[in-house]
Design a protein around this ligand. Structure first.
Ligand SMILES: N[C@@H](CCC(=O)N[C@@H](CS)C(=O)NCC(=O)O)C(=O)O
Length: 191
């Protein structure tokens, strides 16, 4: 059994963030596919036993289950010593952008994408225009920030110690992992 389990689905951008971190840090993990499109996250069983918030991703490690992608990223950074920043100032900087991402991109871009790509009914064009406008404004802020730096937050966030192993590939044994594998770029070699 893998050390980390990620409850996730291939269509989920927030699951992607956690899966990418698991892959890049090289830990032993497996995907547990959640059948969102058949209502699994809305069922009482999921809310009682996986996450009361009714969302993916959820990370299971050593008997604990964590939801919220930002918290999962922070937990993995702490556990692995990678991508967590070298000092308190860098950690704050990382958190500022995680929160910005979660507010602006999950609220607006993910809702926009969900309405356009996954809802069978034709979405209200006014709602789409509002969401796209909010997303475009947030994307412009990120573009401006990235014009002056290579990374969103501190360019030395890769590790506190040097990384010598490449990322582990996304496991294939679990339903849904093939979608996640396609979604996550796998790099090899040390950074
Ligand atoms: N703030 C959460 C957002 C998680 C989220 O919105 N997950 C979506 C998939 S990307 C979900 O499970 N939605 C189920 C629902 O809202 O019913 C995070 O960063 O993990």
């Amino acid at each position: 059994m893998a050390e980390y389990k990620l409850y996730c689905m291939g269509e989920s951008g927030n699951s992607y963030k956690a899966a990418l971190m698991l892959a890049l840090t090289g830990v032993d993990w497996e995907a547990v596919w959640v059948d969102f499109f058949n209502g699994e996250t809305r069922q009482a069983r999921f809310r009682e036993s996986v996450s009361e918030m009714g969302e993916v991703p959820v990370l299971e490690h050593k008997g604990e289950r964590l939801s919220q992608s930002g918290v999962i990223l922070d937990y993995l950074a702490e556990r692995t010593g990678q991508f967590g920043g070298r000092n308190a100032q860098e950690r704050r900087e990382i958190w500022r952008w995680i929160l910005f991402d979660n507010h602006k991109f999950t609220s607006y871009l993910a809702s926009y994408r969900f309405l356009r790509a996954f809802v069978p009914q034709t979405p209200d064009p006014n709602v789409l225009a509002f969401l796209k406008g909010r997303f475009d404004a947030a994307a412009a802020i990120v573009d401006k920030h990235l014009a002056g730096s290579k990374f969103i937050a501190a360019d030395s966030t890769r590790s506190r110690s040097s990384v010598t192993t490449g990322p582990r590939p996304i496991p294939t044994s679990t339903p849904g992992s093939s979608e996640m594998r396609r979604a996550v770029p796998v790099r090899h070699g040390s950074s």
